[in-house]
Unconditional design. Structure first.
Length: 815
């Protein structure tokens, strides 16, 4: 696993978006004051991959990842592993209760063609496929890197204060890491595959043996017999070819005679098929009768046409029916209007009289009202004080003295004044009623006079319509005469139409008989055509009956002669068939003598195919025997090869099935690891220490300053422990690609967080040289976190980390 770029946004102390570009870096250092955020960069790599950080204590703790003042944050990492590029992103949120949770997490395979210099977002957008999302991301990362979180923090990241975890680990835990790095599960897969391969090889050997057992008769004697059989069949084929030629000539002659016999039978059948149609004898009489009937009906139609023409002439002479009908209507309307005018005049005269009476009544009512009002005024004048008292109200001014009325005087109204008011009211009501009645009568009179004027105008208009026909009685008589003439004309038309229908039916019947006669002549011609080649005589086509009689007489004479010729041809045909049966019998005996199955039809083609099939089977048998002999040799060799492969696979599965194989393999790997680490440790310790293994494969150190005394690694000082841990970590990083079975186990990077301050200057220089040597060929990344200036100054890429009130900040500088 090699990081290309890590991005932090509100992650721990990095409150502003910060990207650490590592794509062009092999060896870098993070420097800065204590608490500035150096280790947080390494934490971001761990958190992006596994969702946790080693120095937080527990793997599932995520609340420390989000900056205290932030409600959301994001960590992203683009890295390469086993030749592929991946991007892992984790987004965090804080809910209303302050709980931090992972909002989204995803792992994608990315397009490696994108230039890392374009930035992390450009690389993340170039997705090739989605590898995992949500809770499945961590497991997918473990599969891609080949390491669980606990082993990642011992092989790739050596956290601050925990760099000695692998050195001081219990043998069983150290072996667990080696099992994962060595991919021991691969050997179990190999064991199972070997067992499967052994069974498959045994099955293939068994199948080959079964095929070999099925090769019956694959020997030299069988091949010689097959050769003799093929030679016999080829000789038989020559003899049969000659016999078939004779048989074919006989068949051709039979077919020729069969054709002649069939032609003779067809001629006899054509003669005997001649028969006069049943309707031919009566056809002439029916045609004459139909012609006579059509002529009679033509005369009847002419008579009815003449009668209809006379009726139409008489009808036309009676005049225009439409004009007379209009005149009759005008006479009736004129009489009706005259009667309505008389009635309207009487109604108008009566209305005038009623209007005049209403006017007199209205004048009388007006006079009575004037008299009543005069009487009421007289009474009022006589009782003025009482009248004024009734109009006074408390608080209002008096109309006489204009002073405010404190309390109205009590004056009883005189009875005569009330009676006068009631009388005036009654007279007004009577006048209103008289006026209303007069208005209604006037409107009614106006309507009657308008109606009378309208009737007069209509009467004048109708008088113009009857000027041409002033006599109403004459008009009615002429219309009656026209109706009678129309009835007569309609009857004449119906009679004519019926006569024409009868004529049409008669002509249709005659046409059918003409068609029937034509068809009879056509049938006669067709019948003669069937036997014209036999010398049928010419016929009189004008009389179908006579023609048919002559044709049938000739038929009777010709039939006897043709039947005799057909019988002679049939006798010749039977003789030829007997000859052919003899030829077929001889051929069948020849075939049976050579075990060739003759076809049931015994046809020429059938016999030829049977002989060809016998030759083909003989050739095929010879070919198959020869191929079986070659195949038997191949199968024998194949059986031996599969049996050898099965034995090898059995031995491999048996060896891998041993219970101590894992312990042996891990022990061998640990021995190689300790040997490689010892070289580095001797160099770092100035030859004082080297690693050794006890009988339980626990790691110890041999102290050469004490005559090679073995010591527990826990007895080492802080600086010595760092030297030993670094040596082991570097050896593990260097050897793990050789241990594992897959490229995913290649550790392309290592990160060391602090620990260098415990080294003396000489050892520090050795450590720096060792780290520089690791990155010399560019195939491994080394990142360190340190406060030691002497070490930091020797690193080619430097990231300065600082922190202020807004959080941590990172700046890349070239050394």
């Amino acid at each position: 696993m090699r990081p290309l770029c890590v991005h932090m946004d509100d992650f721990c102390s990095y409150r502003t978006p910060t990207s650490v570009d590592l794509h062009d870096v092999d060896y870098f250092v993070l420097v800065g004051p204590t608490g500035s955020g150096k280790s947080t960069v390494i934490d971001a790599i761990c958190f992006a991959l596994y969702g946790s950080v080693p120095r937080w204590g527990k793997e599932n703790v995520i609340k420390l990842a989000l900056a205290p003042s932030a409600n959301a944050g994001r960590v992203a990492l683009v890295f390469e592993s086993a030749g592929r590029r991946y991007g892992v992103v984790r987004a965090l949120v804080r809910n209303s209760r302050g709980t931090v949770t992972t909002k989204t997490a995803r792992l994608d395979e990315l397009d490696p063609s994108v230039d890392p210099a374009d930035g992390i977002e450009a690389m993340l957008e170039a997705q090739v496929r989605s590898v995992a999302e949500g809770e499945g991301v961590t497991a997918a990362v473990e599969k891609v890197t080949g390491l669980e979180f606990r082993y990642f923090t011992q092989c790739v990241v050596l956290p601050q204060g925990r760099f000695a975890d692998f050195l001081q680990a219990e043998p069983r835990k150290r072996q667990d890491l080696l099992v994962q790095l060595l991919d021991v599960g691969m050997f179990e897969t190999i064991m199972k595959r070997a067992g499967e391969e052994a069974r498959a090889a045994e099955a293939r050997a068994g199948a080959a043996q079964a095929r070999l057992d099925e090769l019956d008769g694959a020997d030299e004697a069988a091949e010689d017999a097959a050769v003799r059989r093929l030679e016999e069949v080829r000789a038989l084929e020559d003899r049969v070819r000659s016999a078939l030629d004779d048989l074919q000539r006989t068949d051709a002659e039979i077919r020729e005679r069969e054709t002649e016999a069939k032609h003779a039978r067809d001629l006899v059948a054509a003669l005997t098929a001649l028969a006069m149609p049943a309707d031919v004898p009566t056809l002439a009489d029916e045609l004459r009768s139909a012609t006579d009937e059509a002529e009679r009906l033509k005369q009847e139609v002419a008579r009815h046409e003449q009668a209809e023409g006379g009726a139409r002439e008489r009808l036309d002479a009676l005049g225009d029916k439409t004009a007379l009908t209009l005149a009759a209507t005008a006479h009736r309307e004129h009489a009706r209007l005259a009667a309505e005018i008389e009635t309207a005049r009487a109604d108008a005269e009566r209305a005038r009289r009623e209007t005049d009476a209403a006017e007199e009544k209205m004048s009388a009512a007006r006079a009575e009202l004037d008299e009543a009002e005069h009487e009421r005024q007289r009474v009022r004048d006589a009782h003025t004080a009482a009248d004024l008292a009734q109009r006074l109200s408390a608080g209002e001014p008096c109309p006489v003295c204009l002073r405010e009325v404190a309390e109205p005087p009590e004056h009883h109204a005189p009875p005569a004044l009330g009676a006068a008011d009631r009388d005036v009211t009654a007279r007004k009501r009577a006048l209103d009623e008289a006026q209303a009645e007069h208005r209604n009568l006037e409107r009614g009179l106006s309507r009657l006079e308008a109606d009378l004027d309208g009737l007069g105008r209509q009467l004048t208009a109708q008088a113009g319509h009857i000027e041409a026909h002033p006599d109403a009685g004459d008009v009615r008589r002429r219309l009656d005469a026209i109706a009678e003439a129309e009835t007569a004309a309609a009857k004449a038309h119906r009679d004519l139409r019926a006569a024409r229908d009868e004529l049409t039916k008669a002509e249709q019947r005659r046409a059918k008989l003409d068609d029937k006669a034509a068809k009879a002549i056509a049938r006669l011609d067709a019948a003669r055509d069937t036997v014209v080649a036999l010398g049928a005589p010419p016929l009189d086509r004008s009389d179908p009956h006579a023609a048919w009689t002559a044709l049938l007489a000739w038929r009777d004479q010709e039939t006897g002669r043709r039947e005799q010729a057909a019988e002679e041809l049939e006798n010749d045909l039977n003789a030829l068939r007997g000859m052919r049966d003899g030829q077929r019998g001889s051929l069948a005996e020849e075939l049976a003598a050579h075990d060739v199955a003759a076809p049931a039809s015994a046809s020429v083609e059938g016999v030829r195919e049977a002989v060809l099939d016998a030759r083909s089977r003989a050739e095929h048998r010879l070919t198959r025997i020869r191929e079986d002999r070659r195949l038997a040799g191949k199968l024998t060799e194949e059986i031996r090869r599969h049996e050898r492969a099965a034995a090898v696979a059995h031995d491999l599965a048996r060896h891998l099935r041993a219970n101590n194989f894992e312990n042996w393999l891990c022990g061998e790997a640990l021995a190689v690891l300790v040997e490689t680490a010892s070289e580095t440790l001797r160099e770092l310790s100035g030859g004082q220490f080297e690693f050794v293994l006890d009988d339980r494969n626990a790691i110890e150190v041999a102290d050469h300053t004490e005559a090679g005394l073995r010591r527990s690694v826990r007895t080492l000082s802080g600086g010595e422990t760092f030297q030993a841990s670094l040596a082991l970590a570097l050896a593990l990083s260097d050897q793990v690609a050789r241990f594992g079975g897959g490229a995913a186990r290649s550790l392309d990077s290592i990160f060391l967080d602090e620990g260098f301050g415990t080294l003396d200057p000489v050892t520090l220089d050795m450590v720096a040289t060792t780290l520089e040597r690791l990155t010399a060929n560019g195939d491994r990344m080394v990142g360190i976190v340190t406060h030691v200036p002497a070490l930091a100054e020797r690193v080619p890429a430097r990231f300065d980390v600082s922190r202020d009130n807004t959080g941590s900040h990172l700046t890349k500088k070239a050394v």
